[in-house]
Design a protein around this ligand. Sequence first.
Ligand SMILES: *[C@@H]1O[C@H](CO)[C@@H](O)[C@H](O)[C@H]1NC(C)=O
Ligand SMILES: *[C@@H]1O[C@H](CO)[C@@H](O)[C@H](O)[C@H]1NC(C)=O
Ligand SMILES: *[C@@H]1O[C@H](CO)[C@@H](O)[C@H](O)[C@H]1NC(C)=O
Ligand SMILES: *[C@@H]1O[C@H](CO)[C@@H](O)[C@H](O)[C@H]1NC(C)=O
Ligand SMILES: *[C@@H]1O[C@H](CO)[C@@H](O)[C@H](O)[C@H]1NC(C)=O
Ligand SMILES: *[C@@H]1O[C@H](CO)[C@@H](O)[C@H](O)[C@H]1NC(C)=O
Ligand SMILES: *[C@@H]1O[C@H](CO)[C@@H](O)[C@H](O)[C@H]1NC(C)=O
Ligand SMILES: *[C@@H]1O[C@H](CO)[C@@H](O)[C@H](O)[C@H]1NC(C)=O
Length: 261
Amino acid sequence: MTLFQGTFFSFFVITIITLSQIPTSCADDEHYLKCSSPFQCANLKNLSYPFWGFGRTPYCGHPAFNLQCTGEVATLTLMSETYRVLEVNDSDHRFKLVRTDYWNNICPTILRNITVDGTFLDYGSDTQNLTFYYDCPSFPQSDSVFPWFNCSVNGTQMINYFVTESMLESSEPGEIMGACKSRVVVPILESEAKLLEKNSTVENLKAVLDNGFDAEWDANNSLCDKCQHSGGYCGYNPSSSEFVCYCRDESSPSTCKNSGE
Ligand SMILES: *[C@@H]1O[C@H](CO)[C@@H](O)[C@H](O)[C@H]1NC(C)=O
Ligand SMILES: *[C@@H]1O[C@H](CO)[C@@H](O)[C@H](O)[C@H]1NC(C)=O
Ligand SMILES: *[C@@H]1O[C@H](CO)[C@@H](O)[C@H](O)[C@H]1NC(C)=O
Ligand SMILES: *[C@@H]1O[C@H](CO)[C@@H](O)[C@H](O)[C@H]1NC(C)=O
Ligand SMILES: *[C@@H]1O[C@H](CO)[C@@H](O)[C@H](O)[C@H]1NC(C)=O
Ligand SMILES: *[C@@H]1O[C@H](CO)[C@@H](O)[C@H](O)[C@H]1NC(C)=O
Ligand SMILES: *[C@@H]1O[C@H](CO)[C@@H](O)[C@H](O)[C@H]1NC(C)=O
Ligand SMILES: *[C@@H]1O[C@H](CO)[C@@H](O)[C@H](O)[C@H]1NC(C)=O
């Protein structure tokens, strides 16, 4: 074969191979193709259902899981509560979240509890509650059994305490804590609570809060697992507001008939 014939032959072979693949990809459902590739939001890579937003089309996700992506920060607003999303694990539907008002901040202007009502979100197993006691009557701090810190909110200095679950078990909060004006319960990681018990500095408190808490999302998880096992990609039908499984050549309410393998 001459060089020309060789080149031509390679070209011919490549053309045949390419052409032979076109018919299957042409038949692929547009939704299937769009949702098959993972996407990125801020520091989070390789994202897929139930997340969408930031250019990811809504039908590839669950309506409640619209991510906001700004620079290195991914946030999610669920049932009117805004969280920073630190990590996502698809295989067990768990992620790490931080309340945005407690991100790098132990003195929020508005002192409030959040409600995790289980509609889209549940606490994961590696979670425990940290209790803040704000605006406590001042008294000699050396008498305090619990770690304390200062806050200056609305121009007022406040003395505050923080208590993990096991700190509460070993000593009663007592009447001084009962005289504090507000109490806020913030979820943290169980493992981090142990660190905080050993070394209760304000720096460690901030670090523990910034490491977030363990949560499990609920976005038709079992339907999605079945869909994925049958070779499909999960999504939502925006018009009917129902879960849908995108298969290679069609959409299905649950699983794909032909896994395509
Ligand atoms: C991305 O996610 C998919 C499915 O969730 C997983 O199979 C794959 O290993 C992940 N890839 C990377 C690079 O993490
Ligand atoms: C994700 O969850 C699975 C199952 O619980 C676990 O085996 C895996 O280590 C987790 N991945 C990460 C990155 O934490
Ligand atoms: C600070 O002021 C705001 C607005 O008046 C109020 O809603 C909030 O509760 C105040 N915070 C504290 C800790 O007193
Ligand atoms: C937060 O919840 C705790 C315990 O559930 C409660 O004692 C406290 O009053 C609540 N705080 C606010 C600001 O609602
Ligand atoms: C933390 O407190 C909330 C209510 O304030 C409660 O629903 C939740 O079960 C608690 N979590 C743990 C791990 O005790
Ligand atoms: C708390 O505030 C007081 C008075 O402003 C100040 O003297 C003290 O150093 C502060 N303590 C901490 C731990 O910030
Ligand atoms: C406690 O944590 C602080 C940082 O906040 C660190 O500087 C200090 O060495 C730690 N102390 C112990 C006993 O681990
Ligand atoms: C999907 O989840 C929604 C909300 O959690 C629920 O109302 C709906 O019944 C679920 N769909 C199916 C088919 O299970």
